[in-house]
Design a protein around this ligand. Structure first.
Ligand code: A3P
Length: 345
């Protein structure tokens, strides 16, 4: 009898204990996401129709859940229609630069409740075949969002592709354009590392960076090498400026986004006329990865894929010096045009 009573008591205690632990976990999760649960998220009228400038954050969070379910196939098209979700053309595009940190920038901006990212690179404006499919095809590639939110896509090839500025201008002449840049020589090496990895995956051999970057006949920097050309930022920007005024561009310092992401993101929020909603809470340094990762709440966080943050091969210091000297005058011009001076050698 006594044994039976003890067993009953133990069972009760176990249930009570689980309940207490559950409640505690729930409370911690709520507190952890408090900064994303403030009642009102005022989104400036520039992006939405007048009168729609205020949007409850709680609804945005509900939307995130609904969209997630929709993508997983657990929510019907009717539900999406019922909640006024639409596929909108982007109000801002990350046009480049390849290996500048475009994915990190997009993912970090997506922490903002008023921003919805297009997950894939769409390559609408730089790919003739896609472009021929028309603007409706492009719009249909966009994620569902509320009209008050802004959609952002990134396709880094846009920055260097000849036809793109005119094509984007034809879609929306007042669109906001984000360019994330890194110190040009580092960016070129990062670009090379990506191609090298692709070759190695296919068991192919590849030239050393030094051989590609320096012309063996002249011993000068090889401007025919794409990784070098892409890093001459000012040359590409000048083509864009034939269509868009400089005020429509925002330069993100990709090197600083790695070491100190929050201030860079705050500058972007300002440029996009968004209320400041990304906080230090949303970004934490992961020592194993050696990079900042994203925290949505106490339960859900993520780091970028392993293909971001590769180890670069060692490059002959004299080649680095030569490249830095080569880029220097172009960098000066870039600072002058953009009004943003970066600490490049
Ligand atoms: P490396 O692989 O050379 O280090 P993109 O997304 O445009 O291809 O840029 C990739 C670069 O983003 C990486 O280049 C990496 O340095 C940089 N990056 C910036 N922030 C990052 C982050 N939080 N996690 C991983 N990579 C990040």
């Amino acid at each position: 009898m006594l044994f039976k009573q003890q067993a009953w008591l133990r069972q009760k205690l176990l249930v009570l204990g689980s309940l207490a632990v559950g409640s505690l976990l729930y409370l911690v999760a709520r507190v952890g996401s408090l900064d994303r649960l403030q009642p009102i998220c005022p989104i400036e009228g520039r992006f939405g129709a007048r009168g729609q400038a205020e949007f409850p954050l709680r609804a945005l969070q509900f939307k995130r859940g609904l969209l997630h379910e929709f993508r997983k196939g657990n929510s019907s098209k009717e539900q999406v229609r019922l909640h006024d979700l639409v596929q909108q053309l982007p109000k801002a595009i990350i046009i480049g630069v390849r290996k500048g940190g475009t994915r990190a920038l997009l993912e970090m901006l997506n922490l903002h409740p008023a921003v919805v990212k297009a997950s894939q690179e769409i390559h609408f404006f730089d790919n003739d075949e896609n472009y021929a499919k028309g603007i409706e095809w492009y719009r249909k590639k966009m994620p569902f969002s509320y009209p008050q939110q802004i959609t952002i896509e990134k396709s880094p090839a846009y920055f260097i592709t000849e036809e793109v500025p005119e094509r984007i201008y034809k879609m929306n002449s007042s669109i906001k354009l984000l360019i994330i840049v890194r110190e040009p020589t580092t960016r070129a090496i990062s670009d090379y590392t990506q191609v090298l990895e692709g070759k190695e995956r296919k068991n192919k051999t590849y030239y050393k960076f030094e051989k590609l970057a320096i012309d063996p006949n002249t011993c000068e920097v090889n401007t025919k090498y794409k990784a070098v050309r892409t890093s001459i930022y000012t040359k590409h920007l000048e083509r864009w400026l034939k269509y868009f005024p400089i005020e429509q561009f925002h330069i993100v310092d990709g090197d600083r986004l790695i070491t100190e992401p929050l201030p860079e993101l705050q500058l972007v929020e300002k440029f996009l006329n968004l209320p400041p909603r990304i906080s230090q809470y949303n970004l934490y340094f992961n020592a194993t990865r050696g990079f900042y990762c994203l925290r949505f709440n106490i339960i859900f966080n993520k780091c970028l894929a392993g293909s971001k943050g590769r180890i670069h091969p060692e490059v002959d210091p004299s080649v680095i010096t030569k490249l830095r000297k080569f880029f220097h005058p172009f960098n000066q011009k870039f600072y002058q045009i953009t009004g943003r001076t970066l600490n490049w050698p």
